[in-house]
Design a protein around this ligand. Sequence first.
Ligand SMILES: [Zn+2]
Ligand SMILES: [Zn+2]
Length: 347
Amino acid sequence: MKAMRWEGQDQLRLVEIPRPQCKAGWVLVKVMSAGVCATDAHIIHGTFYNGEPPHVLGHEIAGEVVEVGDDGLQAWLGKRVVVETAIGCGLCEHCRSGNKHLCAQGGEIGFPPYNGGYAQYVTVPATCLYEMPDAMTYDEGGILEAVACPVGAIRRIGLAFGETVLIQGAGIAGLSFLQAVRACAAGKVIMTITRESKREQAMRYGADVVVNIASEDLAARVLQETEGKGASLSIDAAGAPQTITDAVRLCAARGRVLLYGLPAEETLPPFPVTHIIMRQLTVLGLTNNEMGWAPLLGMVARGEINVRDMVTHRFALEQLPQAIELVSRRPDALIKAVVHPWASETA
Ligand SMILES: [Zn+2]
Ligand SMILES: [Zn+2]
């Protein structure tokens, strides 16, 4: 089969490797669409460490089950599926409570030692599978992992009818948060952008107020829009020192701060502890929340969350280097790119 293998810093090579064998409890998925994640770009550029090359990356996967590792899994044959990333041991309290990503044994599809979706086939544990509703396309399935994490985070933190929400960051995570809080009947939703060309996307996915922080004072605007109170739920999906500090400072008294964007270790922001205590804030860090997957599949099928239009760029497997370059450059039109391992040209 064809695979695009990461072989070293900024090195990707198209290789012919044997189709993987699936062991008991695992299935073989024919990859139809694989989302291209910024994390992979960081790994390939050498700016994020998660195991050694050579390796087939790709942890956002949709495809068809074409082989099963044991008779008990026969019912999966031929099913259209999305693949959840975390593997887990299946036995510990985290795995049993739907938090496989916290399992001490860990393991993630697409990260060493588990090969990922930048290939024509991939093997995954059956416990990572969700059947796709008929109405969902492979491309929607292929980027669902990037949407499931923010949706799961909102499911965990909860949102009451009519609450005001501030979302900083208008990338795939921010736009997913935006749709998730809209689906939960949020009140006024304020979203930040740094370039004017992102305003249309933010409005289209449901923001009431879009603030360009390059030209406008965010604090003044948030206070003006919230009758001086601040946001009831304040989400940081950008991960910059300033946005994290603002997320705390612009949260209403007794409100909740949801931290999702990852800051670089060398630029950690000064943490406003006194403010958190005096304003009685709840600060929650969230990532990879597995609980988002099952409800999200139904919401996408019913059109309550629009994933289809978030797939803005499509590439053949051979074009993965261009896709990685695009994701690294992040032009405004980009929300999410996918690769098609069975296509020979850009669709
Ligand atoms: Zn990712
Ligand atoms: Zn476990």
